[in-house]
Design a binder for this molecule. Sequence first.
Ligand SMILES: N[C@@H](CCC(=O)N[C@@H](CS)C(=O)NCC(=O)O)C(=O)O
Length: 226
Amino acid sequence: MAKDMTLLWGSGSPPCWRVMITLEEKNLQGYNSKQLSFEKGEHKSQQVLALNPRGQLPTFHHGDRVINESAGACIYLENEFKEQGNQLIPSCHKEQAIMYQRIFEVVALGQKLGDVIYYEWKVPEGERHESAKKRNKEAVGAELSLWEGYICKGPGPFLAGKSFSLADVIVFPSIAYAFHYGLCPERFPKLAQYYKMLKDRPSIKKTWPAVWTDTKDLLKDIEKKM
Ligand SMILES: N[C@@H](CCC(=O)N[C@@H](CS)C(=O)NCC(=O)O)C(=O)O
């Protein structure tokens, strides 16, 4: 079954990590896994472009079914392998509603984290403007404050309620990414508590980005919006 599946991925990418966590949760460990290097531009190789014209990772297929959108791949895997491994879509429709809301709204978080981090990576030092940096940091601070408010809001410790769901699979990598880039746990204590609760879950620990050897400080001065 898993032998028909191929995942092309890059280390440190939250979208790639989501799919890897889902494959672990669904006991699909025998899939073909190929790590590519963003630094070497391997995400723009013919192998990727043939399946994913945007030249992005993850690039995933199950037989001739190609699903390159990470959230789409996670939802597909849960539906295709419902009876296998952990159930990742709650039976309770109220929890499902929260789960879908969090799955799709995390795009805004990823975008705003990227605006701060990529500004430092991609804009040459002499061309960076303090006003743009400040704007990006305020926007990510406001976004993270929303997520801080979502933790422990409902009946359980997980994002959609009492059980670990696709909301956690899909959102956790972005929260871990924020802490990796220096988010201050004291300013976002609920996100820190959520991070601590999930970081040693076997599917997460096993797939933890190997490139994250040292923490960065790009997000260290992000403030919570009251
Ligand atoms: N919509 C995609 C986005 C994937 C994505 O942005 N991947 C990044 C790595 S985190 C990438 O491949 N960037 C290289 C590029 O866009 O050229 C998903 O969620 O699966």
